[in-house]
Each structure stands twice: as structure tokens, then as C-alpha cells.
Ligand binder design. Structure first.
Ligand SMILES: Nc1ncnc2c1ncn2[C@@H]1O[C@H](COP(=O)(O)OP(=O)(O)OP(=O)(O)O)[C@@H](O)[C@H]1O
Length: 649
């Protein structure tokens, strides 16, 4: 049976091309300028192959001209041009890419590309129909004497006829559509708009993109004398001039050799491109060659973007392919916890989809992202080692994000991040790393101790930490909500488990003498402690004599699992979603009482006098004090006040 070829309904296909592929009409200019750049590339490539040297890229400009009255926009290049049959093939057959063919035909012997052509799908040209009701292409191919004109109003087809044109190259004229309520096509005739679009998408096209622009220039002395004065007798200071200007930067800063670019240039680029008024804290420039080649230029801002910790903040790097902007914020290039990094990646090796708005497969992207992540980590470690002050500043800005990174995804990334986080140390009185803590640990110390609280000052005053600090143990202060959750996910650092100073068992061996005293005290107080527990009627899991309190009468500790600080955070989170915390979201509170405190002696007297009512008052008061020390609301403030009054009488 004879095989038949597929046919396409060309009108419908063109309609699909124009209306369904792109989400953004403005990209038509990017496509036409990229085509012009490809055409010049081909001519430049041929010329250099034929041994014509001494040519410079600046000899091959691309012009963008606008005529507001005629509503036309014209893009002119001095590229390789098209013959009538090339016009037929390339502009008459959808998805036929002369550029792709040229690239394939001229590939190097090893199959790699000899030239960096942008076009590959054979559809970009038609995007111009999104804004134009008619397109006219006049072109003269290199080596041909005859020029041709291709004209089309879209779906109805096209014509090709001989035309006049002196030089080799192509001129594309767009007759813009009429404005509608939704689309102001006239904007594409405005100088500011065209300048914006060229800067945004085509800034790094290698050839000068020239536009005739309007400028205000100061008048010379002679011109001022000759000028007419206005009604108030004032002479003008400026005159309007029209002149050609190269709009694009051409050579991207990241393609220049690092040694040729000054820090000031990088800083200026960062501030301009990523809209910041401060220089970045760190610049990371990397150029990778090999199976997957790319350039990346990354910046760590000096301050936290105003919306960084809100949902509105969009992370991501700009993604360029062959100098053309593909995506403004490519999220996949950065993990969440490095979302503060700004910058861009330029790679020829990523597979684009037909609209050039997305990537076809993310294998290459994933590979780039993983290498960038490693690079960022090593640069941060380097900063920590060589510029501690700088690192502390960085950590103050973005450390919270890193701690979230440890906690997120059930700790999937904790090992990458654990050496980048710091906590304030009780002994050093500044932020320290886990490694530094472990290096300083006492010989018999089994745990890395941490204390939680709202602020450093508050933690310093917390009764729970008294004994540890007194004995010279280093304690890490956790002042952010996420801190303890991150430590719980980490569980241990270098085999040293983390332990909260609020846990009832601190794992510190008491001396024999201390043990004997405690045991004696406990025995003697058993009845009293039980009565206090009964008086509290199930509010605490246990009441015991404390081994950690020195000057304070009372505090809470908790068994393993949910700590009191975590209970607070979970309660807040439940409240935010209108739920009441369940029992498993609460800490098992232990009321610890200082057996050496006069308050305990007072309780003993009441207990021995069998004054149950006063003992209950005292027990409830101690409980409420412990709640207040933790920064938690007391159950019944009126009851509390009445008890204090009874005591004062
Ligand atoms: N200014 C130009 N000068 C010379 N040839 C051109 C020009 N513009 C387009 N062409 C030819 O027309 C072909 C089709 O262009 P089109 O923009 O539709 O696709 P493409 O650039 O090949 O691929 P892509 O869809 O990836 O942009 C090009 O491959 C090229 O051969």
C-alpha cells in the first residue's frame, strides 16, 4: 500500500501559530531581530570562510524604524538575504527553518555547531501577525542581482514578486493592526516601548540595533543668540534633535573575561538589571565549558528585598539562550533556600520549546541548577572562612531562609545546609557554627545544648539555663520560630545530639555528693511534691525538685518530643487556620521547683500544717509563674490576681 504524506490545513495552522503559541504579543520584535541577527551571522560566517578578514560586527547593523503616521514598523538587516525560492521555502512553509538547515549544513566535522544561530523551529517570523495586519518583506540575497518582495495579509496566502533593492539584506515592514480596547498596537510605534523591548529581549544580540531617537540637546551660544524669545522674553535652552543610537549593549558582561570587568561594572550592571540601589554583597561569576556549557552571573544582595519573606516574592534567575532572553524568573534554577540570589544563566545547550517561552525538558536545567547550588554553597563557605563579618551580615539577612531549608522537605537538604547556619552562643556572645561549638565541647559533654526564647536577653534570664551556664556549658540560643524545628530535623551534628535546655533530663552527671543531697531532698519532699501535683489537677505531667535552678523558685521543663516553645508555635499556627491544637501538639510539662528556695520552705510549712487551701493557692501561683516565664498566657488572670491579693493580706 502506498504511503501517503500528511497534509496540513495551512490557514488553520497559521492561525494556530499566531494565536496559540505565544502568551505575550510583544515577543514578535525579539523574533524578527533574532532572524536579522541569524541572517547577518550567516553572511559573516560565509565571509570569514571565504577568507575575508578585517570585518567587524559593527559593520553589520540592524535598524528598527517607525512611522507613526503610516503605522508601520520596519526592521532592516544587511544579512545574507533571500532569493525568491528561499522566500517560498522559508516564509511560505510553516515550520521550515532555513536557519536550522544552514546550521546543520555548516556544522563542524565533529557534529558540533560552528555558529551560534538562534532560529530552529521555523515559526518565529509568523508571530509578527499577532501585531500586524500585513507584512511586506523585501530581500536581496547575497550573490543575486535581483531583489524580491514577499507580501501577505495572513491566512489568505502570500505573493512574491521582483522588487528593487540596492544592497544585500532584508527589510521587513509591519503594517500594524488597529488599536482595540484590549490591545494598544500603537505602543509598538513609540520610541520608549521599542527601546524597552530591545533592551529586555535583544540586549545581547551581537550586532548593533540602531534606532533613530529624539533627544534634547543644549543650544550652542550662537544658536541661543539666534533663537527667538518667548512671550516672557525667555530664550530656549535646548533643541530637539533626531539621531541614530545603538540601543543594545551587544557584548554581555558575563561573556567578557572576568579580569576585564571591574567590580564597579558588575555593581552597576546588578543595580540596573535587578533594580537595587545598593551594591551586591557578593558577585559570583562562572563559566562552564563541556557537555553542558553555560555562563552564570549571580549576585547576593546586601539587604533583604522588601517582600522577600512574603508570598509575593518570586525567586528565580533570568535565563538566556544565545544572548536572547527566554525567561525572566526561571524558578527551577534555584532551590527555595537560595531564593535570595539574583542573576542570570546563559546557555546554548538548553532545549527550548517552540514559543521559546518554556523549556522542553528540564534535564539540562536540572544539571545547571545542581551545579549552581554547589557553587553558591562553596562561595558562602569561602566567605565564612575569609570574611566572617561579611558572612554574619549575610546570615543576618538570609539565614532564616537557610534554616527553613534545613527543615523543609523533611530535612532532604539538611546536610548541604548544616554548615552554613549559625546560632548565637552563650559563651562567645556572637553567632557560631555547629562545628565551632563541637570543637569547643567539654570532654564529657554528650549534647549540643540549645535554649529557645523570643530574644537573646530573654533567654539569658530564663531560669532553666541557670545551672548549665553556671557550669560553663555553651548554649546556642534559638530566637526564631523555625530554629527548634530545624534542630529537631537535624537531630545531631557530628554524632552529637541536640538537647533543649528545657528538657527535664539534661544528661549531666551529678557528682556523688550532689546526688546524695538530691536524693535526700527528694525523699524528704515526696509527700509535698505529690500534694502539689494533686493540687494542680492534671495540668502538669509531673512535679519534681529541680537540679537546674539556682536562684529562681520555679520553671517548666518538658519530656522528649514537643517542647514548650514548639507548643507555642504550633498553637499560633493552629490559631491562624482557626483550629484548636490537639493534645499531641502540646508539651508534657514538668513543674520543677527549687528545693533550696525560701518559697519551697514556705510550702513545706503549709503542707505540714495540713492547710490544703493555701497549698493549692501556692501551687497554682507557682504554675502561673512558670507559665509567665515561658511567655504563655495564664489560664485565669482573675484567679491569679485574687491569689496574689490573698497573699498580700
Ligand atoms: N531577516 C531575514 N533574513 C534572511 N532570512 C530570513 C530572515 N527572516 C527569516 N528568514 C528565513 O526564514 C526562516 C523562517 O524564519 P522563522 O523566524 O519563522 O523561523 P526560524 O528563525 O528559523 O526559527 P524559530 O521559529 O526558532 O525562530 C528562517 O529560518 C530564515 O531562513
Amino acid at each position: 500500500m502506498a504511503k501517503k504524506e500528511f497534509k496540513a490545513e495551512s490557514k488553520r495552522l497559521l492561525d494556530l501559530m499566531v494565536n496559540s503559541i505565544y502568551t505575550n504579543k510583544e515577543i514578535f520584535l525579539r523574533e524578527l531581530i533574532s532572524n536579522a541577527s541569524d541572517a547577518i551571522d550567516k553572511r559573516y560566517f560565509k565571509a570569514s570562510q571565504e577568507g575575508q578578514t578585517g570585518l567587524s560586527r559593527s559593520d553589520y547593523p540592524i535598524r528598527v524604524d517607525r512611522d507613526e503616521d503610516a503605522r508601520t514598523l520596519t526592521i532592516t538587516d544587511c544579512g545574507i538575504g533571500m532569493t525568491d525560492s528561499e522566500m517560498e521555502n522559508n516564509l511560505g512553509i510553516i515550520a521550515q527553518s532555513g536557519s536550522f538547515d544552514f546550521k546543520t549544513e555548516n556544522a563542524k566535522e565533529d557534529g558540533t555547531d560552528a555558529l551560534d544561530i538562534i532560529g530552529q523551529f521555523g515559526v518565529g517570523f509568523y508571530s509578527a501577525f499577532m501585531v500586524a495586519k500585513k507584512i511586506r518583506v523585501v530581500s536581496k540575497a547575497e550573490g543575486s542581482d535581483q531583489a524580491y518582495v514577499w507580501e501577505s495579509e495572513g491566512a489568505d496566502g502570500y505573493t512574491i514578486e521582483p522588487a528593487e533593492r540596492d544592497d544585500v539584506g532584508t527589510t521587513i515592514t509591519l503594517y500594524l493592526r488597529d488599536d482595540t480596547d484590549d490591545d494598544q498596537y500603537s505602543d509598538y510605534l513609540k520610541e520608549w516601548k521599542l527601546r524597552d523591548l530591545i533592551k529586555k529581549y535583544s540586549d545581547y544580540i551581537r550586532y548593533p540595533i540602531i534606532m533613530n531617537v529624539t533627544k534634547q540637546e543644549p543650544l550652542s551660544k550662537e544658536e541661543k543668540e539666534a533663537a527667538e524669545a518667548d512671550e516672557d522674553g525667555k530664550k530656549p535652552e535646548f533643541k530637539t534633535v533626531h539621531e541614530d543610537e545603538t540601543i543594545n549593549s551587544m557584548v554581555p558582561i558575563w561573556k567578557r573575561s572576568k579580569s576585564d570587568v571591574t567590580t564597579e561594572e558588575y555593581n552597576a550592571f546588578y543595580k540596573d538589571k535587578f533594580v537595587d540601589w545598593e551594591d551586591p554583597q557578593k558577585i559570583i561569576s562562572t563559566n562552564v565549558e563541556g557537555l553542558l556549557s553555560y555562563n552564570a552571573l549571580l549576585f547576593i544582595p546586601s539587604r533583604v528585598p522588601y517582600n522577600f519573606y512574603s508570598k509575593d516574592y518570586k525567586r528565580g534567575l533570568q535565563l538566556y539562550s544565545s544572548g536572547v532572553l527566554i525567561m525572566d524568573k526561571c524558578e527551577d534554577l534555584l532551590p527555595d533556600y537560595f531564593g535570595f540570589v539574583r542573576g542570570l544563566v546563559d546557555s546554548q545547550d538548553i532545549s527550548l520549546n517552540i514559543s521559546r517561552e518554556m523549556l522542553q525538558q528540564d534535564r539540562q536545567l536540572k544539571a545547571i541548577a545542581s551545579r549552581l547550588e554547589k557553587k553558591i554553597i562553596s562561595e558562602l563557605k569561602d566567605m565564612m572562612a575569609k570574611d566572617r563579618e561579611g558572612y554574619e551580615k549575610f546570615f543576618n539577612n538570609f539565614g532564616l531562609r537557610l534554616k527553613f531549608g534545613i527543615y523543609d522537605n523533611f530535612g532532604a537538604n539538611k546536610d548541604k545546609l548544616k554548615d552554613l547556619v549559625m546560632f548565637y552562643s552563650s559563651t562567645e556572645e556572637k553567632p557560631v557554627t555547629f562545628q565551632e561549638y563541637v570543637d569547643r565541647m567539654k570532654e564529657d559533654q554528650k549534647y549540643i545544648y540549645y535554649a529557645t526564647g523570643d530574644s537573646i536577653d530573654k533567654i539569658k534570664k530564663m531560669p532553666q539555663n541557670e545551672m548549665l551556664m553556671d557550669k560553663g556549658y555553651e548554649v546556642l540560643f534559638c530566637t526564631e520560630e523555625v530554629d527548634e524545628f530545624a534542630l529537631k530535623v537535624l537531630n545531631a551534628y557530628n554524632d552529637k545530639p541536640f538537647k533543649s535546655t528545657a528538657e527535664d533530663d539534661l544528661g549531666i552527671e551529678l557528682s556523688d555528693e550532689e546526688k546524695a543531697i538530691r536524693e535526700k531532698q527528694s525523699k524528704a519532699s515526696e509527700g509535698l511534691l505529690n500534694s502539689i501535683k494533686d493540687a494542680l489537677d492534671g495540668k502538669v505531667a509531673d512535679v519534681k525538685l529541680s537540679t537546674r535552678l539556682k536562684s529562681h523558685p520555679v520553671c517548666f521543663s518538658a519530656g522528649e518530643g514537643i517542647s514548650i516553645e514548639m507548643e507555642k508555635v504550633l498553637a499560633e499556627q493552629s490559631k491562624a487556620v482557626g483550629q484548636t491544637p490537639t493534645d499531641d501538639m502540646k508539651a508534657k510539662k514538668v513543674l520543677e521547683i527549687n528545693g533550696d528556695h525560701p518559697v519551697f520552705a514556705a510550702m513545706r510549712r503549709v503542707y505540714e500544717a495540713d492547710d490544703k487551701a493555701t497549698l493549692k493557692d501556692y501551687a497554682e501561683l507557682l504554675y502561673d509563674q512558670a507559665m509567665l516565664i515561658e511567655g504563655m498566657p495564664i489560664d485565669d488572670p482573675v484567679d491569679f490576681s485574687n491569689r496574689v491579693c490573698r497573699l498580700m493580706k
